[in-house]
Design a protein around this ligand. Structure first.
Ligand code: PMP
Length: 422
C-alpha cells in the first residue's frame, strides 16, 4: 500500500507529474547511492535519476571541481561562446573518449535535455539527405517533444499529440515473437520494392538496449546488419545513447559491443556527471553541414555541466568504472537468475552491464510489478517500472554503487517477491 503524504507540490503542480506518485516522500539530501527524505528515511537508489546519475549523487571528486569553479566565479552561462569550461570538456572528451577509439565526430551542444539532441539529429538527417521520413522501432523511447515523440513507440503517450508520427515507420525490434522476425531483411525488401508505399527514410534511429521499452537488448549481429543496411541504402544511422551510453553497459558507448559506428550519436543524462542538464549530438564530420545559427537556443552547453562532465570523464578513467561495471554485471546477472528467475519460468530477466529488468508480463503483469515496486519503496528501495504496460522492474543503480548496498537493494527486491508471490 502506498504511503500517503501531503505536499505543497501535490496541490500546485500539474496533473502531469509522474515519479512523485510512485515515490511519495519528500527527498532532501543524497549521497552516493542513497537518498534521504526530510523525515530522515533512507532509500537505496536503483533509479539513479533515470540514468542521469551514473557516478552517484554528489560524487565527491566531481563536486569538488564544481565547487572550485563556482568559488572562482567561473562563467555560469555562456550561450555558445567559447569558454574555458567548454574548452576543457571538449579536450577531455576527445582525449579520453574519441581518440582511444579512433572515433571522429564533431560535437553539437544542444538544449538541456535528451530530447533536444534527438530533435537536432532528426532535423540534421533531413537537411543532409533531403528526405523527410524516419524509421524507428516498436518499443522505442526517444523523448516527449514533437519530433522525438514522433519516433517514440508508445502510442498512449502520443495520444494527445495527434499526427506526430506521420512520416515515421516503426519496424519490429528483436523482442518477444519479433525475435523470430528478420527486421533487417524486411527493411531491405521494403527499400528495394518501388511499390512498398514506404519512401526511403533520411535516417534510422535506434537504441542498442530499449530501456523505457522494457530492457530489451539488441543482438550484436542485428546491430551490425543494421549498420550495413544503412550503408547499402545510403540511410543515416542515429544511435540514441541517452540512457545506456556514458558507461551504463560497460564501455563508454553502448554500440561499442557491436563494433559499429553510427553516423550520429546522441548523449545526455550522465554526460554531465552530476545530474546537471546537458545533451549533445555527435556528428560524422562530413555530415556537419549546419549553417551558423541554424539550430540555436539559449541553453546550449551548460557551463556547470561542462565542469562536471570533464571531472566525470577523469573520474571514470582513474577509478576504472568500466571494470567495476563488469563485476557488478556479473553480480546482478547471478542474483537475478538464481533468486528471481528461479521463482517461475514465466518471470524473465534481461539486461547487461548495470541495466537489468525483471519482466513479469506473464506472471502477474503490471499490477504485480506495481505491488513489488511499492513494497520495495516501503522497504527503502527506489526502483521503477518500464516496458509495455509497465510490467518490467528496472534495475538502474549508479555505476559506482558500493557492492554491499547493491546487495542490500537486491535483497529488498527478493524480499518483496517472497512476501507477495509466495
Ligand atoms: N532517449 C532515451 C533512450 C531516453 O531514455 C530518454 C529519457 N528517458 C530520452 C531519449 C529523452 O531524454 P529527456 O527525458 O532528457 O528529454
Amino acid at each position: 500500500q502506498e504511503s500517503k503524504i501531503t505536499t505543497i507540490s501535490e496541490k500546485n503542480e500539474s496533473n502531469v507529474r509522474s515519479y512523485c506518485r510512485n515515490f511519495p516522500d519528500i527527498f532532501q539530501r543524497a549521497k552516493g547511492s542513497i537518498i534521504y527524505s526530510e523525515s530522515g528515511r533512507e532509500y537505496i537508489d536503483f533509479l539513479a535519476g533515470a540514468g542521469a546519475l551514473n557516478y552517484g549523487h554528489n560524487n565527491d571528486f566531481i563536486k569538488q571541481r564544481v565547487m572550485s569553479y563556482l568559488d572562482a566565479d567561473g562563467v555560469a552561462h555562456g550561450l555558445d561562446m567559447y569558454t574555458s569550461a567548454k574548452e576543457s570538456f571538449i579536450a577531455k572528451f576527445s582525449e579520453l573518449v574519441l581518440k582511444p577509439k579512433k572515433l571522429d565526430y564533431k560535437i553539437q551542444f544542444c538544449g538541456p535535455t535528451g530530447t533536444n539532441a534527438v530533435e537536432a539529429a532528426l532535423k540534421l538527417a533531413r537537411k543532409v539527405t533531403k528526405r523527410s521520413g524516419i524509421f524507428s522501432f516498436m518499443g522505442a523511447y526517444h523523448g516527449m517533444t514533437l519530433g522525438s515523440l514522433s519516433v517514440t513507440g508508445n502510442t498512449e503517450v502520443k495520444a494527445g499529440a495527434i499526427g506526430t508520427s506521420n512520416n515515421v515507420t516503426f519496424m519490429p525490434y528483436p523482442y518477444g515473437f519479433m525475435e523470430k522476425f528478420d527486421t533487417i531483411e524486411f527493411i531491405d525488401s521494403v527499400l528495394n520494392d518501388s511499390n512498398s508505399g514506404i519512401e526511403k527514410p533520411a535516417a534510422i534511429i535506434f537504441e542498442t538496449v530499449q530501456a523505457e521499452g522494457g530492457i530489451v537488448v539488441a543482438p550484436i549481429d542485428w546491430m551490425q546488419r543494421l549498420r550495413n543496411l544503412c550503408n547499402q541504402h545510403n540511410i543515416l544511422l542515429i544511435c540514441d545513447d541517452i540512457q545506456v551510453g556514458c558507461g551504463r553497459t560497460g564501455p563508454f558507448f553502448s554500440f561499442e559491443r557491436a563494433d559499429i559506428f553510427p553516423d550520429m550519436v546522441i548523449l545526455s543524462k550522465s554526460i554531465s556527471g552530476y545530474g546537471f542538464p546537458m545533451s549533445l549530438l555527435l556528428i560524422q564530420p562530413e555530415l556537419d553541414i549546419w549553417e551558423p545559427g541554424e539550430h540555436t537556443g539559449t541553453f546550449r552547453g551548460n557551463q556547470l555541466a561542462f565542469v562536471g562532465g570533464t571531472a566525470a570523464l577523469e573520474y571514470r578513467e582513474s577509478t576504472n568504472v568500466e571494470q567495476d561495471v563488469k563485476i557488478k554485471d556479473f553480480f546482478l546477472k547471478n542474483f537475478l537468475n538464481k533468486e528471481i528467475a528461479s521463482i517461475s519460468e514465466n518471470i524473465k530477466v534481461r539486461g547487461l552491464g548495470m541495466i537489468w529488468g525483471i519482466d513479469v508480463a506473464n506472471f502477474g503483469g503490471s499490477s504485480l510489478a506495481k505491488q513489488i515496486t511499492s513494497r520495495c519503496f516501503e522497504l527503502g528501495l527506489i526502483v521503477e517500472r518500464v516496458g509495455r504496460d509497465d510490467t518490467v522492474i528496472k534495475i538502474l543503480p549508479p555505476l559506482t554503487i558500493e557492492i554491499p548496498i547493491l546487495q542490500k537493494g537486491c535483497s529488498i527486491i527478493k524480499q518483496a517477491f517472497d512476501e507477495i508471490v509466495s
